[in-house]
Design a protein around this ligand. Structure first.
Ligand SMILES: [Zn+2]
Length: 121
């Protein structure tokens, strides 16, 4: 598996767009652009031009980004309490996740989804 220039993993890259350094994650359905400086992100459909001009309305604020390399998921915290989360599979090649849908989880649902019992199935 090749490691990209950012040295994290192929799914994570950084890109300079309009003077901002964005972190790019690819899930099975979308490209996710994170602007860590302004703590906001936007999603683009796969295949969209990454430098498509955007307005502030296209961006959503976030409070945390957890990338789980083992599980192959990332979780975006949408509120300061961490109770409103957006979770998605990191798309890989080959991809073991395609077919799953990005969904919003409650914290308890997320915990149970990540429990060792479930992971062993
Ligand atoms: Zn996939």
């Amino acid at each position: 598996m090749e490691i990209d220039a950012a040295g994290v993993m192929p799914a994570m890259a950084t890109l300079e767009v309009a003077g901002a350094t964005l972190r790019i994650l690819e899930s099975c359905r979308s490209l996710w652009l994170f602007d860590p400086t302004r703590m906001r992100f936007r999603r683009l459909p796969l295949g969209a031009h990454i430098d498509t001009p955007s307005s502030d309305r296209d961006w959503t604020g976030y409070h945390g980004l957890d990338l789980d390399l083992v599980a192959g998921t990332f979780v975006v915290g949408l509120n300061p309490d961490g109770t409103h989360l957006l979770r998605a599979w990191v798309h890989g090649e080959p991809c073991r996740h395609c077919g799953d849908v990005t969904a919003e989880f409650s914290l308890s649902a997320l915990r149970s989804a990540l429990s060792p019992e479930e992971a062993a199935l």
